[in-house]
Design a binder for this molecule. Structure first.
Ligand code: NAP
Ligand code: MG
Length: 498
């Protein structure tokens, strides 16, 4: 049974957790001895200090990861045995649901109910799915005729670094960690500075599950130091990154300047929501538009922040959104299981989001609700905000805000909606609502996004590849078999039979 806020707070105070770097199966200080403090976004209070690694720790982690890889302790383990270890890992995580949720909420300010019902179950599911795939991954035999056998095989890349964002720490980490380990790689995780806590605990639990020493490293510390050092390192074979478009393009530079390591980028978005003019009942679409705008307090790469609705339904749509917001979306302390929206991740991010909110207000754009900060807890809570009909060249339409801020835009036709929806440099996800089967197919094809969700707001599921088009991504996808391609390389073995 779900606990109360007081019970979760008590757990948060009594739980112990690792705060050092995890290298070679041990928790150790950064070589420099440096640490940095971490804050609970809900209260603004420092609750722990983490080791702050630098280039020297990166060197050490890469050396140990390589040694583990070359030893074959994991990379050459029979796939079925690797699968068993990963399945055990999933079981352990599942058994720690409450503890992990409390830690995640403490560190990231994510609403605890959401973490318990979505982030951790999804993470467990992702590990199981990729674990099951471990011993079901086949190569190919080429149609090379009787004179030869061409084997197209898949091999682990070697040492893989995963550089993570702060918005879904456990979930996105397992999206990368599970397929990378399933393929037999050694992995170095670099969590976002704001959210190292659960990643370090995940490493501890991985060791408990039987992932051998040296196969998994976690380096807490600054991205501009560690991320850059990993990007430039000659011993790292691949990097999987989720984060901003700016850092993503820097990683491509690091790769070009070093060993041409494989780079997979899951980047930002400014995703559209299109309500077609054939939709009769608006309720389902309105609920989806609310989730698309406010899930994870808008700190979500697929947040739908440009909602296109027919002009003749706009007033009704806005009114229903306001009603739904009041009924189903509750902002406040994330340790309170009744809340499903919390604070911004940090004060500096709060300021970024408020910059856009104030910009929208000062441009004279109609504010249907919100448009201001909220005086709760640490003071970095932004009121869920809906703008109506901003100018198409205003910053709130062109820039990713990454907060609970969304825009509703009236259009005169489905075609106009699709044209405006595609008028962005991003292309991560798009939502389409229609009652008409033909429209569903025609417009889903026309929307330029890595995932188009029809009659639901979602990112697909573990069985469907997730990644962006245009400036939302490049070089590989998370989830499904596609994720395994990020962490493996094709090799041809051509045997002459003549
Ligand atoms: P970010 O600033 O790009 O940070 C992401 C990661 O990169 C962090 O671990 C960060 O470390 C590290 N980093 C920073 N500078 C680096 C450098 N020079 N070289 C290598 N690594 C570096 O993004 P964020 O603020 O965490 O997350 C917000 C962004 O992520 C948004 O744009 C959002 O759209 C995107 N996002 C995309 C997806 C997706 O699947 N497409 C999912 C979630 C989020 P520090 O934390 O230490 O700076
Ligand atoms: Mg924190």
């Amino acid at each position: 049974m779900a606990k109360t806020q007081q019970e979760y707070e008590k757990m948060a105070q009594s739980l112990t957790y690792p705060t050092q770097a995890f290298i070679g199966g041990k928790f150790i200080d950064a070589k420099s001895g440096k640490t940095s403090e971490t804050v609970n976004p809900a209260t603004g209070k420092v609750f722990a200090s983490f080791s702050s690694c630098d280039e020297n720790d990166v060197d050490e982690a890469v050396k140990i990861a390589r040694k583990a890889f070359d030893s074959g302790v994991w990379s050459k383990m029979h796939p079925t045995e690797r699968k068993k270890v990963l399945l055990k890992y999933a079981d352990i995580l599942e058994s720690k649901l409450e503890e992990l949720a409390v830690l995640e909420t403490l560190d990231s300010g994510k609403p605890i109910g959401e973490v318990m019902s979505t982030d951790i179950p999804e993470a467990v599911h992702a590990i199981r799915w990729h674990a099951e795939f471990t011993d079901k991954r086949y190569g190919q035999v080429s149609p090379s005729g009787d004179g030869a056998v061409g084997l197209v095989t898949k091999e682990a890349v070697g040492v893989v670094a995963c550089i993570m964002p702060w918005n879904f720490p456990i979930m996105t980490t397992t999206w990368k960690l599970a397929p990378a380990l399933a393929e037999g790689n050694s992995v170095i995780l670099k969590p976002a500075s704001q959210t190292s806590l659960t990643t370090l605990r995940l490493a501890e639990l991985a060791a408990e599950a039987g992932i051998p020493e040296g196969v998994l490293q976690v380096l807490p510390g600054s991205g501009s130091v560690i991320g850059k050092a990993l990007g430039l390192h000659m011993g790292v074979n691949a990097i999987s990154f989720t984060g901003s478009t700016e850092v993503g393009s820097q990683l491509l530079e690091y790769s070009a300047k070093s060993n041409l390591k494989k780079i997979s980028l899951e980047l930002g978005g400014k995703s559209p929501f299109v309500l077609c003019d054939d939709v009769k009942d608006l309720n389902k679409a309105v609920n989806a538009a609310l989730a698309a705008s406010f899930w994870n307090t808008g700190q979500n790469c697929t947040a739908n922040t440009r909602i296109f609705v027919p002009n003749n339904r706009k007033d009704e749509f806005v009114e229903l959104m306001l009603k739904g917001l009041e009924k189903d979306w509750h902002i406040g302390d994330p340790m309170n299981p009744a809340n499903n929206m919390g604070p911004m991740i940090s004060e500096s991010h709060f300021k970024n989001v408020m910059h856009y909110v104030e910009k929208g207000v000062s441009e004279g754009c109609k504010v249907a609700t919100g448009g201001h900060a909220l005086n709760i807890g640490s003071g970095i809570y932004v009121a869920p905000t809906l703008f109506v009909d901003p100018k198409m060249d205003s910053e709130i339409i062109t820039h990713e805000i990454f907060g609970p801020v969304s825009c509703i835009i009236g259009v005169n036709s489905n075609e106009e909606a699709i044209k405006l929806a595609n008028d962005t440099n991003y292309g991560l996800q798009a939502t389409l609502f229609t009652d008409n089967l033909q429209n569903a197919h025609i417009y889903a094809r026309q929307l330029k996004a890595g995932t188009v969700s029809v009659n639901k707001y979602c990112e697909g599921d573990i069985t469907t590849p997730f990644g962006g088009l245009k400036m939302s991504g490049f070089g590989g996808q998370d989830n499904a078999e596609a994720a395994h391609e990020q962490y493996s390389e094709l090799k041809t073995i051509f045997i002459n039979l003549e």
